[in-house]
Design a protein around this ligand. Sequence first.
Ligand SMILES: *Cc1c(COP(=O)(O)O)cnc(C)c1O
Length: 463
Amino acid sequence: MSRSAHPAGPRHADVWPEGHYSAPPADVNALDPKVWAQTVTRTDTGEVSVGGIGVAALAEEFGTPAYFVDETDFRARARAWRTAFGHDADVFYAGKAFLSRAIVRWLHEEGLNLDVCSGGELTTALSAGMPADRIAFHGNNKSTDEITQAIESGVGRIVLDSFQEIVRVAHIAQSLGTRQRVQIRVTVGVEAHTHEFIATAHEDQKFGIALADGQAAEAVRRALTLDGLELIGIHSHIGSQIFDMAGFEVAARRVVALLAAVRDEHGVELPEIDLGGGLGIAYTSDDDPREPHEIAKALGEIVTRECEAARLRTPRISVEPGRAIVGPTAFTLYEVGTIKPLEGLRTYVSVDGGMSDNIRTALYDAEYSVALVSRTSDAEPMLVRVVGKHCESGDIVVKDAFLPSDLAPGDLIAVPATGAYCRSMASNYNHALRPPVVAVRDGEARVIVRRETEEDLLRLDVG
Ligand SMILES: *Cc1c(COP(=O)(O)O)cnc(C)c1O
């Protein structure tokens, strides 16, 4: 989405560098509700608050950098997905986007199911009281220990990802004297319109079994013959940060065609299909995501239509949104440090975090927004790049954005839409201490994942 606009601006009127920005915003103090969590607002003093608490008080109590999750917004989004899909469908929150015990409890209370893809995520989910039968276990290389843990704990389904795993899961289930409910993950050959590194439905990829050249049909054939397995359906996940429903339409059509072929060959109508996650959110004002009810309606219509055409009973649908639930509900709060204007280019604004708390910009060339949140400003906007404090020139948090030109060290700035794939992908690079996650709701803030300490780092270093 690189735009090559060269708007006239206060500091760079002659030459504007290449970048992702459009024109400076009309009001640099405005907070676009598309990218900020529901209860985020600017108070009369000009300070930004979330859940009724100002960012200065939050920074004072919890330090920076820190992630603040708007619990009211999280619950509202979870509920909106649940309500949109109704009783004939299941919503599995993709735990890899961000998982903690508080999140698990919120999901449980709001009636959602949960996807996990490692023993660690499974343990977290179970320890917070998610019923095992509402958990799905994913992954392209589940270990024997993980499969055993999943089956022994009674997970609702394991999503099989390879021919070897079909046999492995069947053997382990049988040796434990049980039959495991499973789905088979297929790759449908859909190229989702998103960044190449995060699209996962090309055939040339590590996930799933290709529908093409009869591979998936062969996988079904094998799964149906194994006593340790109860095959309940087919799974497809086509990518990430997708806005266009066309990819889901093709995926659904191809999955339903497989269900029809299975019915014709085996006389079995598999009762479920899972269409995965990958629904996009607004990282900047240029993104226009769809509402859960629109997505539910579109997916329901596609599947119903395809099943009618194939004279199949409509299967139970499940979806697996991760980013679309948690992404917009959190922001990262940073304190501004060194400010370095580069004449004719842009101003580098350093913050007290960086690629250790948000790797997505470096990894996926992701776009983010940013705002000055400790005060408002009447100063002219300036083109900035928000960078971290790591020893790496690719340590960029926000590539191109506008902040007021009177920005100064000590100001607080916040990057919205960091609820998904930021804390969950955080690292200790440069021995950074991973930031806390603080839940804010109705005037109360509480830590749900605490900040790492130097003792935490040294505890692992046993040399
Ligand atoms: C990553 C993933 C998801 C969630 O993707 P989002 O982009 O966060 O919605 C869902 N299902 C599977 C199988 C995944 O790998």
